[in-house]
Write a protein that binds this ligand. Sequence first.
Ligand SMILES: Cc1cc2nc3c(=O)[nH]c(=O)nc-3n(C[C@H](O)[C@H](O)[C@H](O)COP(=O)(O)OP(=O)(O)OC[C@H]3O[C@@H](n4cnc5c(N)ncnc54)[C@H](O)[C@@H]3O)c2cc1C
Length: 459
Amino acid sequence: MNRSAVAEAAVQDLKTRISGQVLRPGDEGYDHSRRVFNAMMDRSPALILRCARPEDVIHGVDFARERGLDLSIKGGGHSVAGNAVCEVGLMLDMSGMKSIHVDPARRIAVAESGLTLGEFDAATQAHGLATTLGVVSMTGIAGLTLGGGIGWLNGKYGLACDNLLSVDVVTADGQLRTAAPDQHDDLFWALRGGGGNFGVVVSFTYQLHPVVTVLGGGVSYPPNAAHEALRRYHEFASTCPDELSTVASIGRSSDGEPVVSVAVCWCGPLDEGERVVRPLRELGPPIADEIQPMPYLTIQSAPDAGFPLGRQHYWKASFLKDLPDQAIETILRFAAEIPSPYTGIGLQQMSGVASRVDSAATAFAHRARQYDFLILSQWDDPADSPTNIAWTRSLFEAMSPFLERGVYVNDLGEEGEDRVRAAYGGNYERLARVKAKYDPANLFRLNHNVRPTNESRGE
Ligand SMILES: Cc1cc2nc3c(=O)[nH]c(=O)nc-3n(C[C@H](O)[C@H](O)[C@H](O)COP(=O)(O)OP(=O)(O)OC[C@H]3O[C@@H](n4cnc5c(N)ncnc54)[C@H](O)[C@@H]3O)c2cc1C
């Protein structure tokens, strides 16, 4: 559908129906709205609807469906794949919908889908409450939760999607529906891990938990202890209690040596936490030890400075269950040659409650004690893209004998249908059936797409 096909009269009519704004190229705010975290993505929708209320979302979905326009949905704009922004079609920008209501007595939050993690955490922490989200505060709750949501509290409280009680969503037919265990339960299942395939989420209702002060921060080890630190970290992470979540990061020092650090979040009693994390402090002599009691809000924004807007990003990831010596050697060999000072390799731990949920209980299929193995390449100058992308792909390929086939959908770039299928794993066919029921024409296709059953391979 080309730009001229969006008739002026229809756009004017849309404007009279909505409370939010319609933006076109050249309008004030248009460029701000289409901008996303990954500066590699530079797409220009024909129209942007900055939604202000659920009715705007309904009008936007109807408008796109009736005119055959491509439709994309932008929450926090942090997907590295950049699917939030379409080329030429209609983009729904949800970032104006940020209301949140916290009920401290029932420990629930009803949160509109335009909130970032930082905004959500600030509102719930005012009541000493939290739920699992991710680790960088500018990320959007919507994309994160719909894909799963792996964060510091996953061991104790499960993934973000495991904490959903209900979801208000506008489906492809323009209906606002509540999906919950007792209403549209098939849709509720699919929304917990199936990404943006099933409609435009207006608001999420989350279960909250008491979390105020955590034991958080990181320990770094000298380059000559890097191998031993990773080996012993894996032993430690394999048995640590549900209250502890960890992330191991591997970077490159200014003189080209691999540096290993381990960050933790303990959400149980502090004195017990000090005892639990002690082995990490005894992994060789740490060159820095910053593990200390801190407000939960502090740990929730700790890595923010390392992920500013405006950089080029190319990520590769898969789940990783074991960390044999050969895998450690591979990681450290490539770490010494990282082409950009901003790039890191991460092992984000998923364990405890998040790992014990039945794989078919929600659409998030990858339930095991494991790491989300992440190669997070970022650099400034687009001219450096070939070098950085080649390094990332080489490391991923060298690590592939050790990696699971399964990949977290929220880490995917544009990597082809096999990788999309690997992201939904054993739940793909069931997702395709739910898709056929709620979005048979695949209106919501600008995502890591689940094809409706009748379109799905071999059917
Ligand atoms: C710096 C950084 C740190 C991260 N850390 C973590 C982490 O700790 N844990 C983790 O689990 N993930 C993490 N992620 C991955 C993150 O979960 C995904 O990038 C996620 O898609 C971000 O959500 P968003 O709303 O900001 O994204 P967007 O780019 O706005 O949206 C991504 C997709 O989600 C869908 N979507 C968005 N809003 C809606 C809506 N209202 N209704 C329906 N569909 C919608 C659409 O399909 C859209 O294309 C991180 C990403 C970055 C860039």
